[in-house]
Design a protein around this ligand. Sequence first.
Ligand code: C2E
Ligand code: MG
Ligand code: MG
Length: 696
Amino acid sequence: MEQPNLLQIDERSHHTDLTSIAGLWGIELDAELWVKSLTPPQGLEPNDCPCGPDLIGENFLDGFIKPTSPSNGSTLEEQFSSRAQIQHITLAKKCESGLVSTFLINGIPKFSNNGTFTGYSCSLLDVTTVASRAEEPPYYEAMLSTFINNVPSTVVIKDVEGRFIAVNPLAERNYGVPRGRLIGRCASDVLPGDVARQSCREDSSVLETEAMREVEESYDWPDGVHTFHTFKFPIFDSDQCLIGSGAIGIDLTPSKRIEQGLLYRAYYDSVTGLPNNQLAHDRLSQAIAAAKRFDKKAGVLVIDLNYFRETRNADSQNNDEIYLKIARALKRIHREIDTVARLDETTFCVVLSNLSPTDSLQAIADKTLDLIRSHKNRENGTELFRPAIGMALSPDDSCNASDLMQQARLASKKARKHGQYGICRYDRETLGALVRRREIEATLFHAAGRDELELAYQPITEAATGNIIGAEALVRWTSPELGRIGPDEFIPIAEKTGAIVDIGRWVLHRACTDAVKINACSSRSIVTSVNVSARQLTNADFVDTVKAALHEAALSPSLLKIELTETTLADDEPVAKAVIDELRTLGVKIVLDDFGTGYSALLYLQKYSFNQLKIDRAFVDEMDKHKDGFLLTEGIIRMAHSLRLEVVAEGVETTAQRNILIDLGCDFLQGYLISKPVPVHGFLQLLRPEKVVSAA
Ligand code: C2E
Ligand code: MG
Ligand code: MG
């Protein structure tokens, strides 16, 4: 049961309430610590006070023997004169009977309204019986045995002959022998040979040296081996004669298990049980060092399974099972001395040790690639894995584990770029390309906000008349850090990182503003085409962005065209279709750009409501070189017309190409023959024959 907090009771109540607690006396002291009043516990009279009947009017401190607890170095007088709370001080006082009584005292200082110290309200509890009973053998034994049985350590007491005198339940559990069989017997009588021998050896050592020893002991428990740190010490009687030995053992197992768990987590992947990134680096360092010593090579394969994550839903348990199977399969096909590791969720690696100069890294990578591709690589008809493997070799590429791992990672990224399945060996070019990509990624996000973008316009002419009827807006980026970078290089990166959304918004606004200027300078309508990528098109606010750009510039929607490619549409067909329909309703025209380079699916032409089709320049380039090229271009134009789509040919560089296209009935032309993309003021110059009103 919880002990009453005497101090709290004093604080919140008048001392008369204290009488409700059995045996508790209330005593009021004045500023000089003279006893002013005495409140006995229920059923007792003031005369029954264990401190004596005449306490009232006496100085409270007279007659007390030193405080027995707590001993903080200060005298009782000092404690009271500090005017602090008196907490649980045990005092002894020789009473009239001559017997010494023990009291537990608590007190709180009292102050008047103006802050003058006026005395103490104390409570006094006679604990003489409790204190004296503690010395009584049965009472002492009961306390001791309760303590021994409940302490979370093993406790063993033996006599000088090594016979068990006392054992607690934890010790019984260690020995696997009940207490009843242990008491009175020696270890050699009841315990297994090796345990008994060790125990006897240590006991003898303690008894001989009469000094404490610390030993580590292990015992088999049903849940595994438990390790104890045990203190063994000699026991003496009151005459300092050696009467036995004691042992207290602390079970280190729980903390050891946590330690091991932490160690495991630090070095192993919890799903597959494979070494993790950290351990893989360590193994690679060892493999490189061994290769150096024995004139061999060490290699690393980084296996990127990113495609798997991209195409899977979040059913992680099922995914984990698949990763586990891949891990097992990888371990099966590689040698014992190699390390198969999991670097992160979708990246595995194999550290190859002790390779001879004739061992082919490529052959090992081929085998690995085949394994993953063939390993239950279909689920509901869908492909699960398209692994990309990067390879690096030591000492050829590097003798540093971190560098070699990084090189293999870079090579895996290159392999991923090059195809759906791929293997790529690290080379300097890979590093250069990837470093540049990272630099572009890092600086591109600020491009739109920092005014680093510009638009160039390339004229589009009517094939029959040569009149400029349109302009394609093409974005240009000059980075203060990296210089001028072409859209073919940065647009794919912007699409991947999402920077294209801001860039695209900027392009739309600027193109609409410029379109107003351009049309103000032209006697005929000039329609501006803006390229839009998949990420922009499917962004939730794309139509609103178009509307805002048109509205802010006060441009008629009929003077804006959006150019989309087949790849853009393939990404999210239903969304793309809805957006296109909405734009068409607004009055914006839609062009299918780069026709022939993507899926060339005629299906798209029927599915979406395009206004125009732009034949890719690769066809235009082929057209006058091969018959096939010519026939293909002719076929595309005819088919487009049959679908009532206008046709633009881009990349027209020669008059021969222009003439053929005119003969084939192509509607519009775009290319260097007419003009390269130029800044807006240059474009206005191109309109000059049609009477430029004023320069921009
Ligand atoms: P695109 O939309 O097919 O643009 C036509 C590209 O062909 C332009 O390259 C243009 O300069 C080039 N070109 C035009 N006529 C000729 C020619 O006669 N011969 C040759 N060899 N090339 C010609 P550019 O400006 O480098 O743009 C490349 C691509 O970048 C564009 O291809 C377009 O897909 C993308 N792009 C450009 N601006 C933007 C933009 O604002 N947003 C998005 N999403 N993509 C853009
Ligand atoms: Mg275009
Ligand atoms: Mg194009």
